[in-house]
Structure formats: structure tokens, C-alpha cells
Design a protein around this ligand. Structure first.
Ligand SMILES: [Cu+2]
Length: 137
């Protein structure tokens, strides 16, 4: 069967656009979904761009609570001094990662960003029995 071509160039253009839409338009939605999926799969491995989550850790009663955290690289542990009258002094002294909050007066928070995978101990320079273990994945 021979298709009649419209003679008006504007209408011909319109007809071609309509044909293209009929042929490929079905891909608009799945195509968009696919693009989002591919973006989602490709971006996370580059890692460090992803915004980190925050984990609050209490120090009330001379104890880190929770005492154990499982987090991802890029996450931040917020050590909260919610003791009424005790100063604390959180630090990490591993070979690969060092952190020192300095003296932390009651009511003050300290953010510890963890960017390396591994297991780290957060200790208190004032209260040697305080220990927080952080598994970074
Ligand atoms: Cu302490």
C-alpha cells in the first residue's frame, strides 16, 4: 500500500512528528524510568557524594548510648553531652583515623565524621570506662 504524503510542508513535518511519537512515544515513560534506574545504579559507587546520616549518641551517666553503631562511610556520629554537670572528651585514636573533640562541656554536641571503612573505638579522655564501638561499612 502506498501512503499519501501531505503536500503542505508544515503538515508534513507535523505528520512525521506524529509518526515518530507513535513509533517511539511508548518509550517515554519506561525510558525515563530506565534513565533514573541507571543513574541510581551508577552514582552510589562513586560514594562520597552521598549525604551522610547523623547518629546521636548520648553520654548520660558516663556511658555512651548506644554503645555500638553500624553505619556507612560518610555518616556522622553526633556525640551529645546530655550529662547535667559532667564534662566529657570524646576521641578516636586508631592508626587510620584520629579525632579529638577537646573538652566537651554539658550541653555541647560534637560531630565525628567517619569516612573510612573499619571498626573504630570512640573513648572519653576523662572517663576511661566509656567506650563506643563504631562499625563503618
Ligand atoms: Cu566522659
Amino acid at each position: 500500500m502506498i501512503q499519501m504524503q501531505p503536500t503542505n510542508p508544515y503538515r508534513a513535518k507535523q505528520a512525521r512528528a506524529k509518526q515518530a511519537w507513535a513509533k517511539w512515544g511508548w518509550w517515554a515513560l519506561p525510558g525515563l524510568g530506565l534513565a533514573v534506574l541507571v543513574g541510581w545504579l551508577v552514582l552510589p559507587p562513586t560514594g562520597s557524594v552521598a549525604p551522610g546520616r547523623h547518629y546521636d549518641v548520648s553520654q548520660r551517666g558516663r556511658e555512651f548510648r548506644p554503645g555500638l553503631l553500624d553505619i556507612q562511610r560518610g555518616d556522622v556520629v553526633r556525640v551529645v553531652n546530655d550529662d547535667a554537670d559532667l564534662p566529657h572528651h570524646a576521641y578516636v585514636a586508631s592508626e587510620r583515623f584520629k579525632f579529638d573533640s577537646g573538652d566537651q562541656e554539658p550541653g555541647h554536641d560534637v560531630d565525628i565524621p567517619f569516612t573510612l571503612a573499619g571498626t573504630f573505638s570512640v573513648l572519653c579522655g576523662i572517663h576511661p570506662k566509656m567506650r563506643l564501638t563504631v562499625h563503618v561499612h
